[in-house]
Design a protein around this ligand. Structure first.
Ligand SMILES: [Zn+2]
Length: 378
């Protein structure tokens, strides 16, 4: 992208990032996807119980395998529990941002009346000596200061138990850094995947479609770990192949030496998830990984194969592959990740060229699927 295109990307991507959407509060991003795809999709379904969105674009060849592009669409956030007598707001996590990185970060509480800014602080009983600030901080140590001095004042401002909370103040969620070559903000995981899938479908449509029918399954109600809404997908979509889209950890990342992936290295094909965890796991089949690598080579973009994830919980990846509703044999599943620095931290950093290269691979992968293609199932 040249500087003008990067500016355009940042402006468009900001709209996606700005949508409210901690776990369970994803309707704004569902509406965003609906608006972006309503002119090109042949069918859009909003699943009534969980609120998942499924957008279908018919393929040009009824015999070609159908492809499901799938991502979670929530971002890390918090939820109000209560107020203390001295006017601090107690909250719990909806996601897994490291609490040690949160002190003094700005937040927005989304009340029924509108938004209220606040700042994350220690609760009074959690006060520490200056040297110990930030050490071993847990969520129990933290509260939100909204400038109130009593429980009544908190109520008067309109803050109630159950109100969702997001990091940063409104309209501060995404900025460009590094001479415009990267964007930084919170919620890039999952909004990069949402934005990328929307763009891929728009590009495919503009080119007159591909052989395969494409489904976008935008799944709500939780980072990949909670999985509940994925069951709702079973009754709606029976794809022949799935492409799971996610954000991928890259260095620098403390204590995780198996993460060999880096910024600027191109899309990540992670080979396994959860194979050593309680939830069970899955290893990407060799034929599918070959197909992904072949696609990246044809696109002339760099790519990275990552083996990290074997000891991580199952995630959507292996659930898609082995979901019993799709039969005991599951479905062939490919897995692509947008490299993301500081994933799940208060400020994430996305190198725009990595986004571009991942998008190229997704589009080329969709073009590559045709009737009779060897997916390694036989
Ligand atoms: Zn994610």
């Amino acid at each position: 992208m040249d500087p003008t295109e990067r500016e355009e990307f940042t402006r468009e991507f900001s709209q996606c990032v700005e949508c409210l959407g901690p776990r369970g509060y994803e309707s704004e991003v569902v509406n965003y996807i609906k608006n972006e795809l309503k002119r090109i999709a042949d069918e859009i379904i909003i699943e009534p119980n969980f609120g998942n969105l499924y957008a279908k674009m018919n393929g040009n060849d009824p015999n070609a395998p159908s492809v499901m592009l799938v991502t979670h669409i929530d971002i890390n956030g918090f939820e109000v529990i209560n107020a203390t007598d001295d006017g601090l707001v107690e909250f719990r996590a909806l996601g897994d941002v490291d609490p040690g990185t949160l002190l003094s970060k700005p937040v927005t509480i989304h009340t029924k009346r509108g938004t209220t800014p606040g700042v994350l602080t220690f609760r009074p009983t959690g006060l520490r000596s200056v040297q110990d600030v930030g050490k071993g901080v847990t969520y129990e140590d933290l509260c939100i200061d909204i400038g109130a001095s009593s429980r009544e004042e908190v109520t008067d401002i309109g803050v109630q138990p159950g109100d969702p909370v997001t990091l940063y103040w409104p309209k501060q969620r995404l900025i460009t850094i590094g001479d415009g070559k990267s964007v930084s903000g919170q919620g890039i995981d999952s909004r990069m995947q949402v934005f990328g899938i929307v763009k891929a479908m728009q590009i495919i449509k503009k080119e007159g479609g591909v052989d395969s029918t494409i489904w976008f399954s935008a799944e709500t109600q939780g980072e990949t770990l909670y999985l509940s809404s994925h069951y709702a997908t079973l009754d709606r979509i029976r794809p022949d192949i799935a492409l799971v889209c996610e954000a991928g950890f890259v260095q620098p990342l403390m204590d995780v030496h198996l993460v060999t992936t880096r910024t600027g290295g191109g899309p990540i094909f992670r080979t396994a998830m959860g194979i050593m965890s309680d939830t069970g796991g899955f290893i990407m089949r060799r034929r599918i990984l070959d197909l992904m690598e072949e696609t990246a080579r044809e696109c002339k973009v760099p790519y990275q194969v990552s083996v990290w994830g074997a000891d991580q919980p199952g995630e959507m990846f292996n659930w898609v592959c082995v979901t019993p509703g799709w039969g005991p044999e599951g479905i062939p599943t490919a897995h692509i990740r947008f490299p993301l620095r500081y994933k799940h931290h208060a400020s994430e950093v996305q190198y725009i060229e990595d986004y571009e290269n991942a998008l190229k691979v997704i589009v080329a992968f969709l073009r590559k699927i045709h009737a009779g293609i060897d997916l390694g199932s036989k």
